[in-house]
Every structure is written in structure tokens, then in C-alpha cells.
Write a protein that binds this ligand. Structure first.
Ligand SMILES: [Zn+2]
Length: 157
């Protein structure tokens, strides 16, 4: 294959990546924020966005390596699908590296519009509740406010 033919091949490969990205847009970008789902996962699991992206990449990478080593054929997805998904996750890593501030700001706008469900709750310990002292209510911070706090933390890094 000549270099020109390879460039044509690569253009087709990347074109397929973009087509898959468009088809899976709602998975990659709920609430119309690219990386929004990854941000929510990272917040829920108390990990960094890079670690969350690494989990997704590793899934595709390890399946591909196992297949390339001839240890096991890919069953759930074709090799092409795995390659395209891995390339798309690399594009998301690149987006995070280059424009995380923009992503954080977009996500903050979406999350801030959600209703706050923080509330005070009696303590779970019945002995404490019966102690006769002040009720000692516990503040339960809602998912929205946890996510805003996570985004604020990311903004300082
Ligand atoms: Zn709240």
C-alpha cells in the first residue's frame, strides 16, 4: 500500500469514527454536554475524569490486545467497532486535555438548572435520636450539589 493509499484508508477509518460518534451522540453527550456522562461517572465513583476515560479505553484496549494475541476472538463487538470506539475515546481524552474548562463550564450550566434536593434527615442511629438532646439532623447533600462541588474542585486543578 502506498502512503497516499494509506491516507485514503485512514480518512475512511476516521470518517467511520465520526459516523459512530454521531450515532452514539446521546451516549457520549447526555444533556448536550460532551463528556457529561463521563463527568457524572467520575463524580459518582470519586475518581478523576482521566481515570474514568481510562476505564472506558482499557475495556476496548484489553479486548483488542486479547484478540490480536489470538487468545480469544471478539464476541460482543467486531474488531472494527472496537477500533472505532477506542479511537473515539482517544478523541474524548484529547478534548478533555485541550478544553476541560469549556467542558466543565458547559456541565456546570446544565447541572445548575437541575433542582436541588438537599435536605435535613434524622440520624440513622436510633440511640442518638432518643438521646434527648437536640435532634441533630444530618444534612443530606443531593447529587446535583455533589456534582457542582466536583466541578468546582476540577476547576481549581
Ligand atoms: Zn442540593
Amino acid at each position: 500500500m502506498t502512503p497516499d493509499a494509506f491516507i485514503e484508508f485512514a480518512s475512511e477509518f476516521y470518517g467511520n469514527c465520526v459516523a459512530i460518534m454521531q450515532a452514539k451522540n446521546s451516549d457520549y453527550s447526555p444533556d448536550d454536554v460532551t463528556l457529561g456522562e463521563v463527568l457524572e461517572t467520575a463524580c459518582d465513583l470519586h475518581i478523576t475524569v482521566q481515570q474514568a476515560l481510562g476505564v472506558h479505553l482499557r475495556k476496548h484496549w484489553s479486548a483488542l490486545v486479547t484478540h490480536l494475541d489470538g487468545k480469544r476472538p471478539l464476541r460482543s463487538e467486531s474488531v472494527d467497532n472496537r477500533l472505532h470506539d477506542a479511537a473515539n475515546y482517544l478523541a474524548l481524552v484529547c478534548l478533555w486535555e485541550r478544553a476541560h474548562t469549556t467542558v466543565i463550564d458547559a456541565m456546570r450550566g446544565v447541572v445548575s438548572a437541575r433542582p436541588c434536593e438537599c435536605h435535613l434527615h434524622p440520624p440513622e442511629d436510633p440511640l442518638r435520636a432518643m438521646s434527648g438532646g437536640p435532634p441533630g439532623l444530618v444534612l443530606v447533600v443531593c447529587r446535583r450539589c455533589l456534582l457542582i462541588g466536583y466541578l468546582d474542585l476540577l476547576s481549581t486543578l
